[in-house]
Design a protein around this ligand. Structure first.
Ligand code: C2O
Ligand code: CU
Ligand code: CU
Length: 465
């Protein structure tokens, strides 16, 4: 460990009270001498506190924070002590789909070792890991199986960021007493009444006075879309799913769909005190339907009335700094992808695909079939994917393996150039994404990240040739 790594490590350790999750303090596992080696045991944990039952990695939910550098090797053994098959997906990592393989099955009682190298040019980013075994994804993620995956790189060398404090909040929602969701909960995507950050109610996130806080947020919920605001306090977007944007960008509210991540910079220059990170009600197109159900909702597992909640408290801490630490002027350039050589359309809807599933969630009129390739693309080609949501509810779209840039929304050019892998799409909206299929051939997937929708067929296979 060099001095810089040591300082980061020390900062991470001193932040552990903040990072303690359900079932004990969340450990941070940092790569040593280029190797991140660990095993993750998935199993059920019964608890006295709510939620009364959790699915955990190494007895924690969220699971341990994994942290590595671009170029490092990862050797991770997943041990399945659940009662259902599972596997692991590295959401945000640009690695071969032959390794990050959603078709792999790790049956109960068995194990699998994932070994790969993180590309040396991998961007610094906040990613996460979660199960991706088709049909079990929503129940397993909603049960608590998720963890953060931090990649360090060039971005971390920016002087202001080296001096910044760091914190991470994994956002998950749970049922107080987990039970089988109501049919409507599965249809709309199950949500829980408990909104926890790092497995806690209202954890405190310290910010040093005159300092700068780099806050990473991960939406690890199965279906919940967060609309977040830092009450009475400025914050600046600095990174999206796949890493830095060009310069910090002042934000009011931040909408994060399941699977999306953001990194924020928060300057400690307000009146010292406590500031609340609020989760505001967000209507993902089911608001009227939920309201019309009245009090019946209270007995429907997985269906929740929207309400405002405090997720975390930002708390000022005295510091030695007399001069405010400025925001970095520049972060990293985001080069626009060149014009596409092919344009395709993907229509998201609810409907009937008699050949595969009697009812459900479809892309281009078809429900997911693991033996069918839906789209073939060429390595190194740039494509525009026009994604049309014909349904009245939100369907956040996620592509595995490769990152993309959002080019347009409802025909209007996108205002921010950024690297993404998941994009929120509201009911009846359309979004155009631009992607270059880089480095890896093989079969990978795209899907709605409302995980009940994915399990019910809103997923397709793209083969990179
Ligand atoms: Cu976060 Cu296909 O998943
Ligand atoms: Cu993914
Ligand atoms: Cu969906």
């Amino acid at each position: 460990m060099d001095r810089r790594q040591f300082l980061r490590y020390a900062a991470a350790v001193s932040a552990t009270p903040l990072l303690s999750g359900c079932g004990g303090p969340a450990r941070r596992i940092v790569s040593q001498d280029g190797l991140l080696e660990l095993s993750l045991t998935a199993r059920i944990l019964a608890r006295v506190d709510e939620p009364t039952e959790l699915l955990t990695y190494n007895a924690q939910s969220p699971g341990p924070i994994l942290e590595a550098q671009a170029g490092d090797t990862v050797r991770l053994t997943l041990i399945n002590r659940l009662e259902t098959p599972t596997n692991l997906h590295y959401h945000g990592l640009h690695i071969s789909p032959k390794i990050d393989d959603v078709f792999l099955e790790v049956p109960p009682g068995e194990r699998h070792t994932y070994e790969f190298q993180i590309p040396t040019n991998h961007p610094a980013m906040t990613g996460w890991y979660h199960p991706h075994y088709h049909l079990n994804v929503a129940p397993q993620v909603f049960g608590g199986l998720a963890g953060a995956l931090i990649i360090r790189g060039d971005l971390d060398d920016i002087p202001e960021l080296q001096q910044a404090d760091e914190a991470l909040l994994v956002l998950q929602d749970f049922e107080a007493t987990p039970t089988t969701p109501h049919a409507l909960g599965r249809r709309w995507g199950r949500e829980g009444t408990l909104q926890l950050a790092n497995g806690q109610r209202n954890p405190v996130v310290p910010v040093s006075q005159n300092g700068l806080l780099r806050l990473r947020l991960i939406n690890a919920s199965a279906s919940r879309i967060y609309q977040l605001r830092l009450q009475d306090h400025p914050w600046f977007l600095m990174a999206t799913d796949r890493g830095a944007i060009a310069a910090p960008n002042a934000l009011d509210t931040l909408v994060l769909a399941p699977g999306e991540r953001a990194e924020l910079l928060i300057p400690g220059q307000q009146e010292p005190g406590d500031y609340r990170l609020l989760s505001l009600p967000y209507d993902r197109g089911i608001g009227t339907m939920v309201t019309s159900l009245g009090t019946a909702v209270d007995t429907m597992a997985g269906v929740v009335k929207p309400r405002q909640t405090t997720l975390a408290i930002l708390r000022y801490q005295a510091s030695e700094r007399s001069e405010p630490l400025p925001l970095p002027q520049q972060l990293l350039p985001v080069t626009p992808l060149p014009a596409p050589s092919t344009t395709r359309e993907f229509v998201l809807n609810h409907g009937i695909d008699a050949s595969v599933k009697p009812t459900g969630f479809i892309i281009n009129d078809r429900s997911f079939d693991m033996n069918r390739v839906d789209t073939q693309v060429r390595l190194n080609q740039v494509e525009d994917w026009h994604i049309v949501n014909r349904a009245s509810i939100d369907h956040p779209f996620h592509l595995h393996t490769n990152r993309f840039q959002v080019i347009a929304r409802n025909g209007q050019p996108a205002s921010l150039l950024a690297w993404k892998d998941t994009v929120g799409i509201k009911g009846n909206e359309s979004v155009t994404i631009r992607v270059r299929f880089e480095d890896f051939v093989g079969r990978t997937v795209y899907h709605c990240h409302i995980l009940d929708h994915e399990d019910q067929g809103m997923m397709g296979i793209v083969e990179i040739l």
